[in-house]
Ligand binder design. Structure first.
Ligand code: C5P
Length: 232
């Protein structure tokens, strides 16, 4: 599934002003924005309203992972903010994801898109055993995507490296892929990285891009360059 606004800019900033000053350099016609732990913890839900006022659709990336009742209530509160997309951790299990789905309602006109994180893109094969996972990254991503599908969620967060595999197994699921880096960028803490073009050709539905855009000298120009590379 691909719409013409494939880029989600991660606003990983420590406060409202820093986040809005990046947004004021972007265009809601070219991207959506993502509010994660850092920004949400510092500003609270007010930032979502400010971004919506500026015309941006918001992905609330709080990766809920708790008992089903708590996650269901948190998802319901998030949906009340009018966000476009929100997420949970698939490793929270089937019951947790089913409760989240039930809390925000079936996919459709009013409910936000609900997706689940498989394996964080900052993790690589050698990180898994210490977390109790003996599978390969691909096997773990596939298993958690199957669980997500069974729970009736709309899609997953995965690395673009796994998007092709998931596209053939679960063609109708949304694949949201962080870990995107321009060929000239530093990977920083990300491990399973891919360029924007490669991610789309692997079947990614939406690309989460943070530092490559927010740290650029000219964020709008970088966004425009990436967006035009994806449609040409
Ligand atoms: O700056 P960068 O492009 O690495 O930002 C990636 C963003 O995507 C961060 O906000 C991070 O929290 C988020 N993310 C991720 N891996 C996941 C899920 C979300 O990197 N599996």
């Amino acid at each position: 599934m691909l719409d013409d606004k494939k880029i989600i800019v991660a606003l990983d900033k420590p406060g409202m002003q820093q986040a809005l000053s990046i947004c004021d350099q972007l265009s809601p016609d070219l991207c959506r924005v993502k509010v994660g732990h850092e920004l949400f913890t510092s500003t609270g839900p007010g930032v979502v309203a400010e971004l919506q006022k500026r015309g941006f659709e918001v992905f609330l990336d709080l990766k809920y992972h708790d008992i089903p009742n708590t996650v269901a209530n948190a998802c319901s509160m998030a949906a009340d903010l009018g966000v476009w997309m929100l997420n949970v951790h698939a490793s929270g299990g089937l019951k947790m994801m089913e409760s989240a789905r039930k809390a925000i309602g079936d996919p459709g006109a009013q409910a936000p898109l609900l997706i689940a994180v498989t394996v964080l893109t900052s993790m690589e094969q050698s990180d898994l055993p210490a977390t109790g996972v003996s599978r390969t990254v691909d096997e773990q991503v596939l298993a958690l995507a199957a669980l997500t599908n069974e729970a009736g969620l709309d899609g997953v967060v995965c690395s673009a490296r796994e998007a092709a595999m998931l596209s053939s197994e679960f063609p109708s699921m949304i694949k949201v892929t962080p870990g995107i880096r321009l060929a000239s960028d530093d990977a920083n803490d990300q491990k399973r990285v891919t360029t924007p073009e490669q991610a789309v050709s692997n079947g990614a539905s939406y690309l989460v891009i943070g530092r490559s855009i927010t740290g650029a000298v000219d964020p709008l120009k970088t966004l425009q360059t990436i967006a035009s590379g994806l449609t040409s």
